[in-house]
Design a protein around this ligand. Structure first.
Ligand SMILES: *[C@@H]1O[C@H](CO)[C@@H](O)[C@H](O)[C@H]1NC(C)=O
Ligand SMILES: *[C@@H]1O[C@H](CO)[C@@H](O)[C@H](O)[C@H]1NC(C)=O
Ligand SMILES: *[C@@H]1O[C@H](CO)[C@@H](O)[C@H](O)[C@H]1NC(C)=O
Ligand SMILES: *[C@@H]1O[C@H](CO)[C@@H](O)[C@H](O)[C@H]1NC(C)=O
Ligand SMILES: *[C@@H]1O[C@H](CO)[C@@H](O)[C@H](O)[C@H]1NC(C)=O
Ligand SMILES: *[C@@H]1O[C@H](CO)[C@@H](O)[C@H](O)[C@H]1NC(C)=O
Ligand SMILES: *[C@@H]1O[C@H](CO)[C@@H](O)[C@H](O)[C@H]1NC(C)=O
Length: 304
């Protein structure tokens, strides 16, 4: 602990005359959540050197906390921040050829940030690598509220949702004509325990017949990730890409139902009329009827 502090103090004091050339990627390293990454760091020794004279320190640039250290020819991990234990390592076989890269396994959201690579062989040098953690979002889903019986002019709320991504997503809404609707949108992004975001973008529109709304999700590090759409077809709102029959068909169906109703009503009325006239006729021939009725009643058990 004390030795390390002294050593670091010495390194910092030396930094004014740092002459060892240390190189890291100029561009941020995009590391995928849950996967392994390599933070490249290479140094150019001026000549052959003994590994026991080599010191390597990886630190978090902001807090100066220890991610990994190596000196006296071996790993020195007593000071290592707990979150990096068992997830980090150097490529020991390549140290002699100037490769001080850090292997980082199972990348977490907390790894997002800057890491500094210090190298010393008599002379000293350092450089910082920026790590950007990225996680792809799930495929977006669009839902609408209300879901059905929407008439032109009604206010419809369309929600586009996706989860498990990082960093925060950008959402773009376009209508069927390609018009940008992004101005009338509210977005909320909530992080879970692992730091991954769930995104919900809500668009409020006045229902217009036969209109289409596309939600496109863009991850700033991974680019466009997916899109989903909803269509409003008066008098109903449908989910994904479902096509409803045109208005003309509904009118036809409606008319057919009316016609059917009319026919049934007619049939009932006619039936009653016929029955009534039959009864009147029956009254006229009551005498004969009685005999016939008796025979009918007698026949009935046989029928069933
Ligand atoms: C690390 O360095 C190696 C060799 O120079 C190169 O092939 C690789 O693309 C680098 N990786 C990153 C993430 O910069
Ligand atoms: C260092 O070595 C590792 C393992 O071979 C390799 O993946 C990495 O690209 C090397 N980095 C550089 C800067 O050469
Ligand atoms: C490297 O240094 C160690 C300790 O100073 C020494 O024992 C060893 O002989 C040296 N090796 C070489 C190849 O110089
Ligand atoms: C790292 O691994 C060692 C040995 O497997 C284990 O004892 C230790 O608890 C692990 N540390 C963490 C932080 O997981
Ligand atoms: C909306 O999305 C559908 C498919 O989901 C696509 O066919 C259509 O071209 C998109 N419209 C616009 C304006 O992006
Ligand atoms: C839509 O508008 C938003 C905000 O005004 C803007 O950031 C985005 O780039 C626009 N997209 C397109 C395709 O015009
Ligand atoms: C946004 O909403 C306002 C009023 O709510 C409306 O006048 C405007 O046309 C809407 N903009 C877009 C692009 O839909």
């Amino acid at each position: 602990m004390a030795a390390l502090a002294l050593l670091l103090a010495a390194l910092l004091a030396l930094s004014a005359h740092a002459v060892l050339e240390v190189q890291v990627p100029e561009m941020p390293v995009v590391a995928l959540y849950g996967q392994d990454a390599v933070l490249n760091c290479s140094f150019a020794p001026t000549g052959p050197f003994n590994l026991s004279d080599l010191s390597i320190f990886w630190q978090l640039t902001d807090t100066k906390r220890t991610v990994y250290s190596y000196w006296d020819g071996r790993d020195q991990l007593t000071d290592q921040v707990e979150g990096f234990a068992n997830r980090t390592g150097l490529f020991h076989a390549e140290l002699g050829s100037g490769n001080a890269s850090l292997a980082l396994r199972s990348v977490r959201i907390a790894d997002d940030g800057s890491f500094t690579c210090f190298v010393r062989i008599e002379e000293y040098g350092s450089a910082a690598v920026l790590v950007q953690v990225a996680a792809p979002y799930s495929k977006p889903q669009v839902t609408s509220e209300p879901e059905s019986n929407v008439r032109p002019g009604d206010v419809v709320t369309l929600s586009c949702m996706a989860h498990g991504g990082y960093p925060e997503a950008q959402v773009m809404w376009l209508d069927g004509g390609g018009r940008n609707l992004t101005d009338n949108v509210t977005v909320s992004q909530v992080a879970n325990e692992e730091g991954l975001f769930s995104m919900r973008s809500v668009l409020t529109v006045m229902a217009e017949p036969n209109s289409m709304y596309n939600c496109t999700l863009v991850n700033p590090l991974l680019g466009a990730e997916g899109h989903a759409s909803a269509s409003i077809t008066a008098p109903s709102v449908t989910g994904l890409n479902m096509v409803f029959p045109p208005v003309a068909l509904w009118v036809t169906v409606g008319l057919a139902i009316c016609l059917l109703g009319l026919l049934i009503a007619l049939a009932v009325i006619c039936g009653r009329k016929i029955k009534e006239s039959c009864e009147e006729a029956d009254k006229g021939e009551e005498g004969k009827e009685l005999e016939e009725d008796e025979s009918k009643t007698a026949m009935t058990p046989l029928k069933s």
